[in-house]
Ligand binder design. Structure first.
Ligand SMILES: [Zn+2]
Length: 316
């Protein structure tokens, strides 16, 4: 038992990461390749299958494969329902793996994989009721209720980034709604608002450290150097982050909310205004119970969580 290994695959819009973990969550092998989504689903899936075969050939202790995809998936049926970054719509992902591999194969949304890793080995370990949020280009989550990942009717539970915070207005979202949480508090929102601020500063001759091409790191850097425009952008995004957190605290009464993803590296620039807003809006009792903590596993969480699907699959 103790010698079993699990293979996780984290498929992103630009990179596919493969990782082999032990039952204790130790990442013992990692490799990656470019996704190049324009190749189409069947070419990419065939390449992933060949890589799995080679890795299993090299390591006979691998007893299962788990895959995380960026989008809506049906874990039960093994189907990618809608993965916009990959341009995959209703693709039967697991069929070739189920016939091509001798070990069981599992599928899950990539943020839910990250959440599984943080819940099992990271910042939410030992908790029964927790929410793990990935704050990146968008906002996703994995929600744990009494220790189990909440999957919903078809595996889509946890899409917290698409709760509407501004009805009848706000920015257009990738989900075709507008005014969603992720249009207000994600890296995309921070970069968009920083650009607007930079352009306004340019017109008015106000000095700013913000320069194109902007990304989340550059806006963070400018804010840490005291740039007033970048600081205002974080203040606003943090406020909206806190509104969403208060909603989640009221809805789920979690023991902890773990925040990871690239934009979480901005730390207190975002978390201070977020916590203030959350404390203003949350209900007193659930607020007393919750801790807001940073993710611990970094960018390996996705691949570790994908591999963990095998472990959970064999337990239940
Ligand atoms: Zn949305």
């Amino acid at each position: 038992m103790g010698k079993e290994h699990y293979l996780g695959i984290d498929v992103g819009g630009s990179t596919i990461v493969y990782g082999v973990i032990t039952a204790e969550g130790l990442l013992i092998k990692e490799k990656s390749s470019s996704t190049n989504p324009e190749r189409g689903a069947s070419v990419i899936l065939n390449e992933i299958l060949r890589t799995c075969e080679a890795l299993i050939e090299e390591d006979s202790s691998i007893v299962g494969v788990g895959m995380g995809l960026p989008g809506t998936v049906d874990p039960q049926r093994g189907i990618a329902r809608d993965c916009p970054n990959l341009h995959w719509l209703n693709i039967d992902v697991l069929a070739p793996f189920r016939t091509g591999l001798r070990v069981p194969v599992y599928l899950e949304n990539d943020v839910r994989c990250m959440a599984l890793a943080e819940h099992t080995f990271g910042a939410a370990r030992g908790t029964e009721n927790a929410i793990c949020i990935a704050l990146g280009t968008g906002i996703g989550s994995g929600i744990f209720v009494r220790g189990d990942l909440l999957r919903g009717t078809s595996g889509a539970a946890g899409e917290v980034g698409h709760m509407t915070l501004i009805p009848g207005g706000g920015e257009q979202c990738s989900c075709r709604n507008s005014g969603c949480w992720e249009t207000l508090a994600s890296a995309s929102a921070i970069i968009r608002n920083a650009r607007l601020g930079m352009e306004r500063a340019g017109r008015m001759g106000i000095p700013t450290l913000l320069k194109d091409p902007l990304d989340g790191k550059k806006v963070t850097h400018a804010a840490l150097k005291g740039d007033s425009i970048a600081l205002a952008v974080f203040e606003e995004a943090g406020k909206y982050l806190g509104i969403g957190l208060a909603n989640l605290v009221n809805l789920f009464n979690p023991e902890c909310i773990v925040i990871g993803g690239g934009m979480s590296l901005a730390g207190d620039l975002l978390f201070s205004p977020a916590k203030n807003e959350m404390l203003k809006r949350g209900m007193p009792n659930p607020l007393q119970d919750v801790r807001i903590v940073s993710a611990e596993l970094g960018c390996s969480a996705g691949v570790i969580g994908a591999a963990l699907l095998c472990l959970l699959g064999t337990i239940k």
